[in-house]
Design a protein around this ligand. Sequence first.
Ligand code: UAG
Ligand code: ATP
Ligand code: API
Ligand code: MG
Length: 487
Amino acid sequence: MIALKDILYKVTINAVAGSTSVGVAAIDFDSRNIKSGYAFVAIKGTVSDGHKFIDVAVKQGAVAVICEEMPEKLSEGVTYIEVDNSSKALAFMAANFYGNPSENLKLVGVTGTNGKTTVASLLYQLFKKAGYKVGLLSTVKIMVDNTEYKATHTTPDSLTINKYLDYMNTEGVEFCFMEVSSHGIHQYRTEGLRFEGGIFTNLTHDHLDYHNTFAEYRDVKKSFFDALPEKAFTLVNVDDKNGLVMLQNTKARKFTYALKGYADYKSQILENQFGGLLLKINDAEVWTRLIGNFNAYNILAIYATAELLGLEKVEILRLISELESVSGRFQYVISTNKITAIVDYAHTPDALKNVLETINSIRTKNEELITVVGCGGDRDKTKRPKMGHIATALSTKVIFTSDNPRSEEPEAILKDIEKGVEPQNYKKALTITDRLQAIKTACQLAQPNDIILIAGKGHETYQEIKGERFDFDDFKIVKDFLNQFNK
Ligand SMILES: CC(=O)N[C@H]1[C@@H](OP(=O)(O)OP(=O)(O)OC[C@H]2O[C@@H](n3ccc(=O)[nH]c3=O)[C@H](O)[C@@H]2O)O[C@H](CO)[C@@H](O)[C@@H]1O[C@H](C)C(=O)N[C@@H](C)C(=O)N[C@H](CCC(=O)O)C(=O)O
Ligand SMILES: Nc1ncnc2c1ncn2[C@@H]1O[C@H](COP(=O)(O)OP(=O)(O)OP(=O)(O)O)[C@@H](O)[C@H]1O
Ligand SMILES: N[C@H](CCC[C@H](N)C(=O)O)C(=O)O
Ligand SMILES: [Mg+2]
């Protein structure tokens, strides 16, 4: 139990009704989770409005209500706090409730359109290999040193973030790497956290369904850097034209990285093959098993971050050469007879194009590129023909198959995808509804030196069909088939 007034530090309060000395057992922003002694924070959402559930929360035992508008009728024995912004208030209250856990470790946030999961996960791996206790908050999973938890968001709500940071404090975690999504920043999920550093990977058109314009999306990202304290570092990719924009108003120490332009941390690709990348970073050479030119950017960001966090240069280079590809992010296996199978989460037209172009820039003309891809059901239907078009235009063979059909008929989704295939590419494509059979067929068709891309599901370990989730792991399945056929 903690007194309400002790968790209101930094919250902008407009009005108070009732006693702020009341003891609070826990905080929640969903009335369905409220139990006796809780503080309920009412948030105006995108679908619903928490203010409509204040009465329900009180009936369930809420002793305090934090809201943007006082309800007409106040219940006796309940304290009401009117604030400017409930989401912001929640973030400060959560941090205070858990004793500001972000201040007891070195927290680094990674933001940008692409590469957040890759950079944050590789930093987690590198610092683990260096012998530290490390935390990770990512799209794929949450790690409290060696213990794994399921991730529901890229950047969880502020209450969840602080809860995990508190676990990390208990476990003696020294460094934590987290993905900071634009939704997360916009909804104040990261407000009130003390960051040691912030990394900007890149910015392309994305999430314009949520942020109205590109400028708004960029400014949301920028606000993360604006809020960093003086002692923190900012590390931005200045080959991206918005890199310098992120640095405009920050008080933090400024560092840049680039492959093309002038920067504090420079890298050059010396070799780019399916076995890995040979990079020159500042004056040193380093070999990494990660593939694709965008991973040169990711590795450079990791090198710079590790140096800014105090690791020795020689040690960082050694650890980089030991890093393994991230689950479902250009994750690959090379069979005994030199077939490369790549599993990637690319599930949008842009991402698919990006991945295929990256593969084609490494591939020589003699090798086949066999792509296995589908589209999820109950999601944006307009992407289907576009992905059908991109897959066939940029591969030598394509097997269309199911992703997560969810409530839709798998065959109907596949028909939508096929509509995007241009007549000259008809002969490249075949359709196998069952994803397991599709992956098996790709493995049977592949000859030495060919490349198989399995796109769309990445790290997912299930397939959702008609409301039921079945175990399904693209990477495990392709590895098993390649072994089974002695390839
Ligand atoms: C669009 C969006 O971001 N929505 C997030 C938002 O929910 P919301 O504001 O829409 O909530 P709402 O349904 O309108 O409800 C409003 C309030 O009423 C409360 N409520 C509701 C019903 C009830 O009976 N009682 C009650 O108290 C709700 O708990 C909520 O506080 O706040 C919730 C709590 O933090 C999030 O779980 C939810 O994420 C949804 C599930 C989501 O899909 N978000 C995605 C878009 C997202 O955040 N993605 C980014 C990554 C994007 C990327 O880079 O790919 C991420 O960081 O994961
Ligand atoms: N630095 C980069 N630049 C461009 N593309 C990248 C970069 N790093 C990874 N990718 C590719 O972009 C896709 C997304 O990568 P990743 O999951 O690391 O990004 P993310 O920012 O976490 O995305 P999300 O918002 O979906 O969580 C993958 O297909 C990956 O192969
Ligand atoms: N967060 C995204 C991921 C999509 C991944 C893809 N495999 C699919 O199921 O469509 C969604 O749920 O729309
Ligand atoms: Mg991510």
